[in-house]
Design a protein around this ligand. Structure first.
Ligand code: GRF
Length: 212
Protein backbone atom coordinates (compact mmCIF):
# COMPACT_ATOMS: atom_id res chain seq x y z
CA UNK A 1 0.00 0.00 0.00
CA UNK A 2 1.37 3.43 -0.89
CA UNK A 3 2.98 5.20 2.03
CA UNK A 4 2.66 2.25 4.41
CA UNK A 5 5.88 1.30 6.16
CA UNK A 6 7.02 -2.30 6.40
CA UNK A 7 6.43 -3.72 9.89
CA UNK A 8 9.33 -3.72 12.31
CA UNK A 9 10.55 -7.29 12.62
CA UNK A 10 10.72 -8.29 16.27
CA UNK A 11 12.63 -11.30 17.54
CA UNK A 12 11.82 -12.91 20.87
CA UNK A 13 14.34 -14.74 23.04
CA UNK A 14 12.91 -16.92 25.78
CA UNK A 15 13.92 -19.81 28.00
CA UNK A 16 10.71 -20.85 29.72
CA UNK A 17 6.93 -20.68 29.73
CA UNK A 18 6.79 -17.54 27.61
CA UNK A 19 3.86 -15.68 29.13
CA UNK A 20 5.44 -12.31 28.31
CA UNK A 21 5.98 -13.43 24.73
CA UNK A 22 2.34 -14.55 24.53
CA UNK A 23 1.14 -11.24 25.98
CA UNK A 24 3.24 -9.31 23.44
CA UNK A 25 1.96 -11.50 20.63
CA UNK A 26 -1.64 -10.96 21.72
CA UNK A 27 -1.11 -7.20 21.99
CA UNK A 28 0.36 -7.12 18.47
CA UNK A 29 -2.57 -9.18 17.18
CA UNK A 30 -5.00 -6.73 18.78
CA UNK A 31 -3.24 -3.88 17.00
CA UNK A 32 -1.86 -2.40 20.21
CA UNK A 33 1.73 -2.30 18.93
CA UNK A 34 1.18 -0.85 15.46
CA UNK A 35 3.92 -1.55 12.99
CA UNK A 36 5.36 -4.59 14.78
CA UNK A 37 5.43 -8.21 13.76
CA UNK A 38 7.09 -11.18 15.43
CA UNK A 39 9.61 -12.52 12.93
CA UNK A 40 11.23 -15.24 15.05
CA UNK A 41 10.94 -16.82 18.49
CA UNK A 42 14.26 -18.29 19.55
CA UNK A 43 15.46 -20.10 22.64
CA UNK A 44 18.47 -21.59 24.35
CA UNK A 45 16.16 -24.33 25.68
CA UNK A 46 14.87 -26.55 22.86
CA UNK A 47 12.07 -27.93 25.08
CA UNK A 48 10.91 -24.51 26.36
CA UNK A 49 7.12 -24.33 26.68
CA UNK A 50 7.15 -20.86 25.13
CA UNK A 51 8.83 -22.20 22.01
CA UNK A 52 6.17 -24.91 21.62
CA UNK A 53 3.47 -22.24 22.00
CA UNK A 54 5.14 -20.13 19.30
CA UNK A 55 5.09 -23.15 16.97
CA UNK A 56 1.39 -23.69 17.75
CA UNK A 57 0.77 -20.07 16.76
CA UNK A 58 2.48 -20.71 13.43
CA UNK A 59 5.44 -18.45 14.19
CA UNK A 60 8.97 -19.14 13.00
CA UNK A 61 11.05 -20.69 15.77
CA UNK A 62 14.67 -21.57 16.34
CA UNK A 63 16.58 -23.13 19.19
CA UNK A 64 20.18 -23.82 19.98
CA UNK A 65 21.00 -25.42 23.30
CA UNK A 66 23.58 -23.39 25.20
CA UNK A 67 24.97 -26.44 26.96
CA UNK A 68 28.41 -27.36 25.69
CA UNK A 69 28.87 -24.07 23.80
CA UNK A 70 30.74 -21.05 25.02
CA UNK A 71 28.62 -17.92 25.35
CA UNK A 72 30.04 -16.25 22.26
CA UNK A 73 29.57 -19.29 20.02
CA UNK A 74 26.06 -19.79 21.34
CA UNK A 75 25.11 -16.19 20.62
CA UNK A 76 26.73 -16.30 17.19
CA UNK A 77 24.48 -19.26 16.36
CA UNK A 78 21.44 -17.32 17.57
CA UNK A 79 22.59 -14.27 15.64
CA UNK A 80 22.71 -16.18 12.35
CA UNK A 81 19.07 -17.20 12.82
CA UNK A 82 18.06 -13.67 13.82
CA UNK A 83 19.80 -12.26 10.76
CA UNK A 84 18.18 -14.81 8.45
CA UNK A 85 14.80 -13.79 9.89
CA UNK A 86 15.78 -10.13 9.36
CA UNK A 87 15.09 -9.28 12.99
CA UNK A 88 15.47 -5.57 13.81
CA UNK A 89 14.39 -5.43 17.47
CA UNK A 90 14.96 -8.09 20.08
CA UNK A 91 12.67 -8.63 23.08
CA UNK A 92 13.98 -10.81 25.89
CA UNK A 93 11.02 -12.54 27.48
CA UNK A 94 12.27 -14.70 30.31
CA UNK A 95 15.59 -15.34 28.56
CA UNK A 96 17.60 -16.67 31.45
CA UNK A 97 21.06 -15.80 30.18
CA UNK A 98 22.98 -12.59 30.39
CA UNK A 99 23.79 -11.34 26.90
CA UNK A 100 27.39 -10.96 25.78
CA UNK A 101 28.69 -8.17 23.53
CA UNK A 102 28.01 -10.45 20.54
CA UNK A 103 24.24 -9.87 20.69
CA UNK A 104 24.30 -6.51 22.48
CA UNK A 105 26.64 -5.16 19.81
CA UNK A 106 24.55 -6.61 16.98
CA UNK A 107 21.40 -4.71 18.08
CA UNK A 108 22.62 -1.47 19.64
CA UNK A 109 19.79 0.04 21.70
CA UNK A 110 17.42 -2.33 20.00
CA UNK A 111 17.16 -4.97 22.73
CA UNK A 112 14.51 -4.83 25.44
CA UNK A 113 14.24 -6.85 28.60
CA UNK A 114 11.56 -7.15 31.24
CA UNK A 115 12.54 -7.68 34.84
CA UNK A 116 10.18 -8.38 37.75
CA UNK A 117 11.39 -5.64 40.08
CA UNK A 118 11.62 -1.89 40.28
CA UNK A 119 15.21 -1.63 39.09
CA UNK A 120 17.81 -0.78 40.20
CA UNK A 121 16.46 -2.71 43.19
CA UNK A 122 16.76 -6.48 43.06
CA UNK A 123 18.50 -7.30 39.77
CA UNK A 124 19.31 -10.91 38.93
CA UNK A 125 17.49 -14.07 39.85
CA UNK A 126 14.50 -14.39 42.19
CA UNK A 127 13.74 -10.68 42.17
CA UNK A 128 10.32 -11.18 43.74
CA UNK A 129 11.79 -13.24 46.60
CA UNK A 130 14.50 -10.61 47.08
CA UNK A 131 11.79 -7.93 47.34
CA UNK A 132 9.77 -9.92 49.89
CA UNK A 133 12.86 -10.74 51.96
CA UNK A 134 13.87 -7.09 51.97
CA UNK A 135 10.44 -6.08 53.22
CA UNK A 136 9.52 -3.53 50.55
CA UNK A 137 5.88 -2.36 50.55
CA UNK A 138 5.81 -1.65 46.82
CA UNK A 139 7.14 -3.93 44.08
CA UNK A 140 6.75 -3.96 40.31
CA UNK A 141 8.43 -4.49 37.00
CA UNK A 142 10.81 -2.66 34.69
CA UNK A 143 11.19 -2.70 30.92
CA UNK A 144 14.67 -1.55 29.97
CA UNK A 145 17.09 -1.36 27.09
CA UNK A 146 19.77 -4.01 27.38
CA UNK A 147 23.42 -3.15 27.79
CA UNK A 148 26.40 -5.28 28.79
CA UNK A 149 25.44 -5.31 32.47
CA UNK A 150 22.97 -7.38 34.44
CA UNK A 151 19.48 -5.78 34.31
CA UNK A 152 21.25 -2.45 34.07
CA UNK A 153 20.30 -0.63 30.84
CA UNK A 154 18.27 2.61 30.56
CA UNK A 155 14.69 2.18 31.73
CA UNK A 156 11.75 2.62 29.39
CA UNK A 157 8.78 1.79 31.62
CA UNK A 158 8.11 0.83 35.22
CA UNK A 159 4.90 -0.32 36.86
CA UNK A 160 4.27 -0.65 40.55
CA UNK A 161 2.17 -3.19 42.44
CA UNK A 162 1.51 -3.30 46.19
CA UNK A 163 3.11 -5.89 48.43
CA UNK A 164 0.36 -7.21 50.66
CA UNK A 165 0.78 -8.52 54.18
CA UNK A 166 0.93 -12.28 53.95
CA UNK A 167 2.10 -12.31 50.32
CA UNK A 168 3.92 -15.45 49.28
CA UNK A 169 6.54 -15.36 46.55
CA UNK A 170 4.01 -16.95 44.19
CA UNK A 171 1.28 -14.43 45.01
CA UNK A 172 3.59 -11.45 44.54
CA UNK A 173 5.05 -12.94 41.34
CA UNK A 174 1.58 -13.40 39.87
CA UNK A 175 0.62 -9.79 40.68
CA UNK A 176 3.84 -8.49 39.15
CA UNK A 177 3.43 -10.73 36.09
CA UNK A 178 0.05 -9.15 35.30
CA UNK A 179 1.70 -5.75 35.25
CA UNK A 180 4.60 -7.12 33.15
CA UNK A 181 2.15 -8.20 30.47
CA UNK A 182 0.80 -4.64 30.21
CA UNK A 183 4.12 -2.86 30.53
CA UNK A 184 6.02 -4.75 27.83
CA UNK A 185 3.59 -4.00 25.01
CA UNK A 186 3.24 -0.41 26.20
CA UNK A 187 7.03 0.12 26.17
CA UNK A 188 7.51 -1.48 22.76
CA UNK A 189 4.67 0.58 21.30
CA UNK A 190 6.23 3.81 22.57
CA UNK A 191 9.68 2.95 21.28
CA UNK A 192 8.34 2.07 17.84
CA UNK A 193 5.92 4.94 17.49
CA UNK A 194 7.44 7.94 19.30
CA UNK A 195 10.70 9.81 18.87
CA UNK A 196 13.10 8.95 21.67
CA UNK A 197 16.74 9.11 22.59
CA UNK A 198 19.00 8.09 25.44
CA UNK A 199 20.54 10.88 27.52
CA UNK A 200 22.87 9.46 30.11
CA UNK A 201 20.80 6.79 31.81
CA UNK A 202 17.49 8.34 30.79
CA UNK A 203 15.26 7.39 27.90
CA UNK A 204 13.68 10.65 26.76
CA UNK A 205 10.52 10.56 24.68
CA UNK A 206 9.43 13.40 22.45
CA UNK A 207 11.20 15.61 19.95
CA UNK A 208 14.76 16.57 20.76
CA UNK A 209 14.61 20.34 21.40
CA UNK A 210 18.34 20.59 20.52
CA UNK A 211 17.50 19.40 17.01
CA UNK A 212 14.64 21.88 16.49
C1 GRF B 1 9.24 -12.84 34.06
O1 GRF B 1 8.96 -12.60 35.42
C2 GRF B 1 10.24 -11.84 33.54
O2 GRF B 1 10.15 -10.59 34.14
C3 GRF B 1 11.55 -12.48 33.92
O3 GRF B 1 11.35 -13.85 33.72
C4 GRF B 1 9.97 -14.15 33.85
C5 GRF B 1 9.56 -14.83 32.58
O4 GRF B 1 8.24 -15.24 32.60
N1 GRF B 1 12.63 -11.93 33.14
P1 GRF B 1 7.53 -15.70 31.25
O5 GRF B 1 8.40 -16.85 30.68
O6 GRF B 1 7.48 -14.53 30.33
O7 GRF B 1 6.19 -16.20 31.68
Amino acid sequence: MAGQQAPVRVGILLSGRGSNFLALHAAIERGEVPGAEIALVASNVPEAVGLAKAKDLGLATFSVDHRGLDRGDHERALLVALRVARVEWLCLAGYMRKLSPVLVGAFPRRILNIHPSLLPAFPGLHAQRQALDYGVRVAGCTVHLVDDGLDSGPMVEQRTVPVNDGDTEDALSARILESEHQAYAFALRRLLSEPWRVEGRRVRFGPDSNQM
